[in-house]
Design a protein around this ligand. Structure first.
Ligand SMILES: Nc1ncnc2c1ncn2[C@@H]1O[C@H](COP(=O)(O)OP(=O)(O)OP(=O)(O)O)[C@@H](O)[C@H]1O
Ligand SMILES: [Mg+2]
Length: 120
């Protein structure tokens, strides 16, 4: 299983959610976060003073998918919906994840991520 974390512009929240939904990604956690990247959140000179490090509001997505095929689908959806081409568009991190448990059923791993439809 793979875990994807993506930090994007806060105004891109709905666009990214829509793209993930269209790509049939279901499990999504979203956080409001503060952060800075290589420009250290620098807005240049503010009121005559050079600003060194400031944190800017961003939105963070956490998504766990079953395999690398779904990882690619999710990353493509995030990139295409979050990009503006300007500094500060965000970053995507991905890594292996060992354990997933669906609390309701006790299912683990792949079964805990996929294929649980609500019963009639
Ligand atoms: N190395 C990192 N570790 C943790 N979080 C990061 C890292 N780089 C960026 N972020 C997070 O992503 C947000 C957006 O980063 P940003 O897009 O500015 O990255 P960047 O590397 O500076 O790229 P760019 O040059 O396109 O601006 C940051 O506010 C921060 O929350
Ligand atoms: Mg940056």
């Amino acid at each position: 299983m793979r875990k994807i974390e993506a930090i994007v512009r806060e105004e891109k929240l709905q666009d990214v959610l829509d793209a993930l939904t269209a790509a049939e990604i279901t499990g999504i956690t979203v956080y409001q976060v503060m952060g800075c990247g290589t420009q250290r959140g620098c807005a240049g000179v503010v009121r005559g003073q050079k600003v060194y490090t400031q944190l800017l509001p961003k939105v963070k997505f956490e998504i766990v998918v079953s395999d690398e095929k779904w990882e690619k689908i999710a990353i493509d959806a995030i990139r295409s919906s979050a990009a503006t081409g300007h500094y500060g568009d965000g970053k995507i991190f991905a890594y292996d994840l060992d354990t997933v448990i669906r609390i309701r059923t006790g299912e683990t791993g792949y079964d805990a991520i996929n294929g649980s439809k609500m019963e009639e």
